[in-house]
Design a protein around this ligand. Sequence first.
Ligand code: SAM
Length: 290
Amino acid sequence: MQISDSSTRILAGLLEARTGQQLTMSRRWRIETALSSLLRERAIGTIDELITILVMGKEPSLSQMVVEALLNNETYFFRDRAPFDLLQRHALPELAVRRAKSKRIRIWSAGCSTGQEVYSLAMLFAEDPDKWRGWTIDILGTDVSTSCVERARAGAYSQFEVQRGLGINQMIKWFEECADGWRAVEPLRKPVRFQVHNILEQPPHPGDFDIVLCRNVLLYLSPEKKALAFERLAAGMAEDGWLMLGAGETVIGQTSKLGADIGARGLYRLTGDGSRIEKRQADRRTASGA
Ligand SMILES: C[S@@+](CC[C@H](N)C(=O)[O-])C[C@H]1O[C@@H](n2cnc3c(N)ncnc32)[C@H](O)[C@@H]1O
C-alpha cells in the first residue's frame, strides 16, 4: 500500500506533537505495519482514509490509538543485562548506606513500555530479601502510551515475552501461570506502580527519585526536545541520585544539568551548583593522595 507524502507528514506531525518522537525517513517504512491491525480492527480500508477521519477530528480517541501504534515499544526483562549489574554493584550498595536512616528508595523508570524493566528492578530487591527487609521500595513505571501502562499494570506476559531475558528458574520463581500466560507474583507487584506520563512534562509525584532510568526512549527526539527531556528527568532526581540511559545514549553535549559519574560508567549525576561530579572527582583525588 502506497502512503502519500501528505499522510506521512500528518502522522509524523501527530506523533511528534504528542510524544516528541520523530518519524525519521528511515523509520517511515514502519508506518504501514504499525497501523495494520488498527486499520483492521476499525474496518478502515487505507491509511489515507484513516487520515481523513483524523483530520475531521470526529474521533479523538482514534488519534491516541494511532500515536500508540506508531511508538516503538520494544523491551524485555533485564535488557542489556550490564546496566542491572551496575545498579546492583554500585548504586544499590551506596543507597543502602546513604538511605539507611529513612530506609526508603525511590526509582523512576521513564518510558517503561509494558513493564519488563520495572519488574526486573523489583527482582533485584526481591532476590535479596534479608538486605532489604524493613525498607520501603517504590518503583514507578511511566509511559506516554496508555495501552503499555495498562499492560504493565496487569503484569501478565506471554510465554515468548516472559522468556526474553529471564532464566527458567527466575521465571518459575517470580511468575505464575495465568489465563494470559505468566503473571508477576505478589512480592514483585507490591513495590511497583505505573502511570501514564510524558517525559516532556513535569516529573511525576513524589519526585526526588534516587535512580531514574530512561533507556531507549530519547533516541528519536530532536535536540531541543532531548534537552527538555533531560531537564525534566533532572528535575525528578534526588540531589544525589543517578540517571541511567540506554546503551549508546549519553548526556554529554546534550545538557549542562547532568554529567557522567566517573566512578560508574553508564550512570549520570546532577552537576548542581558546585558541580557534584567535579567535587566527587576532587574527593577521589584527595582520598588517593593524588
Ligand atoms: C523502546 S521502548 C523502551 C522501553 C524500556 N525503557 C527499555 O529500554 O526496554 C520506548 C518507550 O518509550 C515510550 N515513550 C516514547 N516517547 C515518550 C514520551 N515522550 N514520554 C514517555 N514515554 C515515551 C514509548 O511508548 C515506549 O514504550
